[in-house]
Write a new protein. Structure first.
Length: 117
């Protein structure tokens, strides 16, 4: 009886540690890019996205509350579809920096390097 109680308590402790660890991991605040960096990247680039694109959301999340400084074109919007076709956009997110195309989510560090920010 005593051994089963010890096992039960040990199992509860392990479960509590796992639950607490998952809570900490899932509630980790998203990284914030400063407004100055976002402004610089936005001034020196163009970002093609699509509403509903999970990777586009991941890219935008890297900028936190500073996405308003990015030059974004939503390829889903009717008025932007021709722009996306003319630019040869095959997938989103796609960055255009110094006339070069970069598909997929880019790190802030890489964007700073590419834009000279």
């Amino acid at each position: 009886m005593k051994k089963s109680l010890e096992r039960f308590i040990t199992a509860l402790i392990i479960i509590a540690i796992l639950v607490l660890s998952m809570f900490i991991i899932l509630n980790k605040p998203a990284p914030q890019t400063s407004s100055d960096i976002a402004k610089c990247i936005g001034k020196n680039s163009l970002l093609y996205v699509q509403t509903g694109c999970s990777h586009c959301k991941d890219q935008e999340d890297l900028f936190g509350n500073n996405t308003q400084y990015l030059n974004m074109i939503d390829c889903i919007q009717t008025e932007n579809q021709q722009k996306c076709i003319s630019a040869g956009i095959q997938g989103t997110p796609t960055w255009i920096i110094k006339n070069q195309s970069y598909e997929g989510v880019q790190t802030i560090e890489k964007l700073k390097q590419l834009t000279g920010c």
